[in-house]
Write a protein that binds this ligand. Structure first.
Ligand SMILES: Nc1ncnc2c1ncn2[C@@H]1O[C@H](COP(=O)(O)OP(=O)(O)OP(=O)(O)O)[C@@H](O)[C@H]1O
Ligand SMILES: O=C(O)c1ccc[n+]([C@@H]2O[C@H](COP(=O)([O-])O)[C@@H](O)[C@H]2O)c1
Length: 217
């Protein structure tokens, strides 16, 4: 049997505990041996990151240095075109073959915006979606047709993620972490402490590089 390959995409400007902790807990809950963190270069639907690709990569490396669960994939970082998840997952599927279970991990806010993603319906042809809880976002989709789409694909069995190659949406029971990169950037700009929100090595790097001092938020 092929093991489930889990991908966690993001802008990570910067990486924080709201990214790391839910995914570590998820890995324990559903039995993931490895999670591939995949930073994008050109996020498709949001303002461009303040930190450069090299700086975001450096922060990710510091954050996961002592966490063997995680490793980094740089395929999106190397592309200068928008990092469309549908295209990236199509490429993963071609490499891994039709049988291998693949899952893309997102937070609850990303699920709500998901129907606006480029070719979103094709994403489930190649992958499952695993959704981590995030405070401040409803669990129901705004439009009825998107809610129906969600319900058609929902599974309550983590086992499905391991046995089927793609096509399921799993709402994971991970705890809430009320942390966002936006909040961290704002707090850093205001010289407020962020020690509880991200790894010390990442915070040290931010200070060394003088990042997020003039926030564009
Ligand atoms: N606190 C959190 N809890 C659960 N999921 C999260 C949390 N923060 C981010 N995520 C998820 O991690 C992925 C990458 O998020 P991203 O790098 O955009 O972080 P962010 O904190 O949302 O950033 P920003 O505030 O700059 O928009 C997304 O799928 C997002 O939903
Ligand atoms: O493909 C898209 O249209 C698309 C739209 C929004 C977000 N994504 C991806 O979803 C992941 C989380 O995005 P973000 O902006 O919350 O960091 C990241 O890998 C993005 O590249 C992808």
């Amino acid at each position: 049997m092929h093991s489930l390959q889990a991908l966690f995409g993001g802008t990570f400007d910067p990486i924080h505990y709201g990214h790391l902790k839910p995914v570590e807990i998820l890995a324990n809950q559903i039995g993931l041996q490895r999670v591939t963190i995949m930073p994008n270069n050109v996020p498709p639907h949001r303002p461009q990151p303040e930190a450069s690709a090299a700086q975001r990569k450096a922060m990710l490396e510091l954050a996961i240095a002592d966490k063997p669960l995680f490793h980094l994939d740089e395929r999106e970082l190397r592309r200068n075109s928008p990092s469309y998840t549908a295209q990236t997952l199509q490429a993963w599927r071609s490499e891994q073959g039709p049988e291998r279970p693949l899952a893309f991990i997102i937070g609850q806010d990303s699920l709500l915006s998901f129907p606006g993603w480029y070719q979103y319906q094709t994403i489930l042809d190649n992958s499952h979606l695993i959704v981590c809880r995030r405070p401040g976002y409803p669990l129901a989709m705004k439009e009825e047709q998107h809610q129906q789409w969600l319900e058609q694909h929902l599974t309550y069995q983590a086992e499905d993620l391991h046995t089927l190659p793609a096509g399921k949406i799993y709402l994971a029971e991970t705890p809430w972490f009320d942390i966002s990169a936006t909040l961290i950037r704002q707090r850093l700009q205001q010289r407020l402490p962020c020690d509880e929100m991200l790894p010390a090595a990442v915070l040290h790097y931010i200070q060394q590089q003088g990042l997020y001092q003039k926030s564009s938020n």
